[in-house]
Design a binder for this molecule. Structure first.
Ligand code: UDP
Length: 347
């Protein structure tokens, strides 16, 4: 792999697996705007990327990694970004086997193919691999933090277990040029879905709270909303990927946290912030916006729910090796996300 990928080099084609998803759709947009590259994109859905389907620099294949011929084809490209995953918490309990196939078997096949072809595989893992962190845990370090996952009976950990095994497998493949990305609660336009409209089940907290706000329903705080997260704008995530593209040598063989440590809030605080942003977006008094209520994790998600109480990234590694630091404050990220949600679902 060259020391960097030149953004004005029109001979480069990047394969983006999961190009139709939340992060993938933003990545496509950025590649077309900021570079002269071509993209070979793979996904089962394309509604978020309609505007690109006729772009001559884009080839779209409606498929997934369950098909070994598709895997071989993807690995023919020198750079492969893998964003494809089942990553809806509600499904970690009810469909654990399918979650493991999506987050271990499929990326493992892709890693094997890239090891053979010599492609650079940029694999999106998750901050959930840090497991069942306690409320008092400190910043999570990519190469040092201990990892404790809950018991098998707490099936929430099916996703983290599969993602972690994929990371270990990739790191163990001698011939693979790999980079692992661990997202910390990315938010922005096109995140997840609105239950009953363009998806079913329970999406992640931002889409859940947005849905509750527009439907005039109370925001559900799981176990009191005491857990803390660092919500990170998807635009920062895209800037991270470009920093990585520009510093390939420094990024190969490394796992990176990608998150905004300055944006840490409890879920209860997030609910209040979203209530006031929503009131401003709709131009109504905050008192008219739905309130909050506490629900138990098991009542809300079903048996086997468990949680991480704090997920704070150390961001030093990305800063030192790639010169990347997330910049977008929580308030701005929430304003953009909620305004988009209200407009997109025309509510
Ligand atoms: N959560 C909540 N209400 C919701 C959805 C989620 O209180 O409607 C909580 C959830 O229990 C967790 C946090 O919000 O503590 C973040 O959950 P999410 O599903 O967004 O993703 P995670 O960061 O856990 O992977």
């Amino acid at each position: 792999m060259n020391a960097s990928l030149k953004f004005d080099d029109n001979s480069i084609t990047v394969a983006v697996v999961g190009c139709g998803g939340f992060i993938g759709s933003h990545l496509l947009q950025a590649i077309f705007e900021r570079t002269r590259w071509r993209v070979f994109g793979v996904d089962l859905e394309s509604y978020r990327i309609q505007e690109h389907l006729t772009n001559p620099r884009f080839e779209f294949l409606c498929a997934d990694l369950a098909d070994s011929a598709v895997v071989e084809r993807i690995a023919q490209y020198p750079v492969v970004v893998n964003l494809a995953a089942i990553c809806t918490p509600g499904r970690y309990m009810a469909e654990a086997a399918e979650v493991i196939r999506s987050n271990y078997d499929h990326p493992r096949a892709l890693a094997d193919a890239c090891a053979k072809s010599g492609s650079w595989l940029i694999h999106f893992s998750t901050s959930e691999i840090y497991g069942k962190t306690a409320a008092a845990s400190g910043a999570l370090l990519e190469d040092e933090s201990e990892i404790v996952l809950g018991p098998v009976s707490a099936s929430r950990w099916s996703y983290a277990t599969a993602k972690l095994l994929t990371e270990r497998y990739m790191a163990g493949l001698a011939d693979l040029n790999w980079t692992v990305v661990r997202p910390f609660n990315f938010v922005g336009p096109f995140m997840d879905f609105m239950p009953g409209v363009d998806g079913d089940g329970i999406p992640r907290v931002l889409a859940n709270f947005s849905t509750a706000l527009v439907r005039g329903e109370t925001l559900k705080l799981v176990n009191g909303g005491l857990a803390k997260r660092c919500f990170t704008s998807v635009h920062d995530a895209i800037d991270f990927i470009f920093s990585l593209f520009a510093h390939a040598n420094a990024g190969i063989g490394q796992a990176f946290n990608v998150g905004n440590a300055d944006n840490e809030v409890s879920i209860a605080e997030l609910a209040q912030l979203m209530r006031s942003v929503f009131a401003a977006v709709k131009g109504v008094p905050e008192n008219d916006v739905p309130g909050v209520e506490t629900v138990s994790g098991e009542a809300y998600y079903g048996k086997g729910y468990d949680d991480s109480l704090r997920r704070l990234p150390s961001v030093a590694k990305a800063e030192n090796l790639l010169g990347f630091k997330a910049k977008i404050p929580l308030q701005a990220a929430l304003e953009e996300s909620l305004s988009w949600f209200v407009g997109h679902y025309a509510l």
